[in-house]
Design a protein around this ligand. Structure first.
Ligand code: F6R
Length: 587
């Protein structure tokens, strides 16, 4: 879940690498580093976010760079990338996991190599060094090293005296080459180079590329043991979309885009949607799998399908899916839901399903992502790039797609599109300045609380889970959601004077959820109601329109804003919460 970028071309590499790293920082911000090649190899690396690091501008038209989210080895300068060999002639950056690094390292150490980090990555530079010493040219040395690695990775390597970058991808990590007339930009994500080119080559698993300073490109596939040709595609998204614009933070910008992104999610080909519905009707078992917010969207979907379409689906956390794999057959339908299309747990689950002959439909935002390319069918969220680590607009787009499928299954496709589309103005109002101020006042009441509890029933239970996730990940306040009916089975013991509880009210469960709120209030709890009408029991009221089955789209929006306001009130960076990263490419 680190981010890597390289530059080889006609101009100085440094500014391109730094700009690219800034775009990739959502993938990790524990440390960053750059290696540039001119007469000799210069490496700089530091811990901290990019904004905290002062890199010196070095010369060189070839370079590689990295932002890290620590997996193997603590956050330290030594463990920051790039890593080098014993002679400081070879530099590599790496994303992923080298599973057999311990055995490889033990062998290298025995043969006299000196390691300077605790990472799994450093074995690669030493292996390349070893093969080079045996007389291999640079690319063969990299290929021979790759053949020894077990795991899933992307990496880039450069070497003193070699005017080229050699890189590779294996398994669930993506590596894309940006191609312009001036340069080649290998990167973990197209966002890193989108400002300069929208022409891309998507590398496949086990592809190794060699890019030289004449902008020659050769791709070799390790599994097929031959040179391969990969097409040049054009990326659709716009570099402007990834900037903050008038907003203080990307999180707020992305929250505010939802009036439009829900409409973009509705732009689907009806034939494809109806085809997917037919498959759902005929499947012997349908699973919806995802992680984090994407899982919460799956859970929301399960309530919608049950209620509106009388269809049972199984929402399962992708990381738990292996426990259900024995139910898979060639008649099973699996929806893999993932904004990034890169989440390793989701890709592993989707691959397991494919091995059993099940059909996999990807619900995905990034069109070049592995999930988008490797699933049998796709529904795109069309949310545009989401850079803030938290999912906001892509969560509502996922729910929109679930709602759309539910309407289509119930034979009400057109009606559903109209109803969802008509939320546009409500969503606009829920993200307006006055709503933001109203929620900032609530943040001022809640910012120093130890715990916040949330309750809902039916689809609002899934909304409560998602709201709790938003609050905890960005404000670091403990937030926990319960199904309203479960309070009396344990959680009520947590309630004492002043403990805040957010209650999601919907017309179809109003009396039951309000009586759950009463159970909390009578034990001293502070009740925050998310509802269309003010109730006497509320200490604080967040007014939302009653949208019936569409409440899951509406009610989460003020919660995203509240989470944002809590982070700002507590002096935290909402775009980069601690310990997290956007694309979780580790299992
Ligand atoms: C929460 C959040 C995460 C992601 C999860 C899955 O705000 O962003 O919980 O939802 O890591 O990511 P994707 O959807 O990319 O598979």
């Amino acid at each position: 879940m680190c981010g890597i970028i390289g530059y080889i071309g006609k101009r100085e590499a440094f500014p391109f690498l730094l700009n690219g790293l800034a775009k990739l920082e959502y993938r990790g911000y524990d440390s960053a580093g750059v290696a540039l090649l001119s007469d000799e190899l210069c490496i700089q690396k530091e811990i901290g976010k990019l904004s905290e690091i002062q890199f010196e501008e070095e010369e060189g038209k070839i370079g590689i760079a990295h932002v890290r989210w620590a997996t193997h080895g603590r956050v330290s300068k030594e463990n920051a990338h790039p890593h080098f060999d014993c002679k400081n002639e070879i530099a590599i950056v790496h994303n992923g996991i080298i599973e057999n690094h311990r055995e490889l390292k033990a062998g290298l150490v025995k043969r006299g190599h000196v390691f300077t980090s605790d990472t799994d990555s450093e074995v690669v530079s030493h292996l390349i060094e070893e093969f080079s010493a045996e007389g291999c040219n640079f690319e063969d040395a990299v290929i021979n090293a790759l053949k020894l690695l077990e795991g899933s990775y992307t990496l880039l390597a450069i070497k003193s005296g070699e005017n080229k970058i050699v890189g590779a991808r294996k398994g669930s990590r993506s590596l894309t080459l940006g191609i312009s007339e001036q340069a080649i930009f290998p990167a973990s994500d197209v966002l890193a180079f989108l400002e300069w080119t929208n022409k891309v080559v998507y590398l496949k698993s086990e592809d190794v590329f060699v890019a030289d300073d004449e902008l020659g490109l050769c791709i070799y596939n390790l599994a097929e043991d031959r040179i391969v040709v990969r097409p040049i595609d054009t990326v659709k998204c716009d570099a402007e979309e990834v900037k903050k614009g008038e907003f203080d933070h990307l999180m707020l910008k992305e929250i505010s885009e939802q009036d439009e992104t829900i409409l973009r999610a509705l732009q689907q080909n009806e034939e494809i949607v109806q085809g997917i519905c037919d498959k759902m009707r005929n499947a012997a078992g349908t699973f919806f799998i995802g992680c984090g917010s994407s899982y919460n969207a799956c859970l929301t979907g399960s309530y919608l399908f049950s209620k509106a379409a009388k269809l049972h689906v199984n929402p399962v956390l992708a990381s738990e899916f292996e426990n259900y794999e024995h139910f898979l057959t060639d008649k099973t339908l699996v929806f893999a839901v993932s904004q990034s299309g890169e989440t390793a747990d989701v890709l592993d689950a989707a691959n397991a399903a494919k091995r059993k002959g099940s059909r996999v439909v990807g619900i995905v935002n990034r069109d070049g992502s592995i999930l988008a390319r490797e699933s049998d069918g796709q529904l795109f969220m069309n949310s545009g790039p989401e850079i803030c680590v938290l999912s906001t607009k892509t969560y509502t787009s996922q729910v929109v797609l679930m709602e759309m499928l539910a309407y289509a299954l119930a034979g009400k496709y057109e009606e559903g599109l109209k109803k969802i589309g008509s939320l546009y103005l409500d969503i606009y109002k829920l993200t307006s300045r006055s709503m933001r101020e109203h929620l900032a006042k609530l943040a001022a009441i809640l910012y120093d609380k130890r715990d916040i509890y949330l309750i809902g029933r039916g689809a609002q239970y899934a909304t409560a889970l998602e709201a709790a996730l938003k609050i905890k990940e960005v404000s670091y306040i403990h937030a926990e959601a319960f199904a309203g009916g479960e309070l009396k089975h344990g959680p009520l013991a947590l309630i004492e004077d002043g403990v805040p509880c957010i209650v999601f009210v919907s017309n179809d469960n109003k009396s039951k959820i309000l009586s759950n709120a009463e159970e909390i209030k009578s034990r001293g709890g502070y009740i925050i109601g998310v509802a269309s009408e003010r109730e006497e029991i509320f200490d604080y009221w967040i007014k939302v329109p009653e949208a019936e089955e569409l409440n899951p789209i509406i009610q989460i929006i003020p919660m995203q804003v509240l989470a944002y306001q809590l982070a700002v009130y507590r002096g935290l960076d909402p775009d980069k919460p601690r310990n997290l990263a956007k694309s979780v490419t580790v299992t």
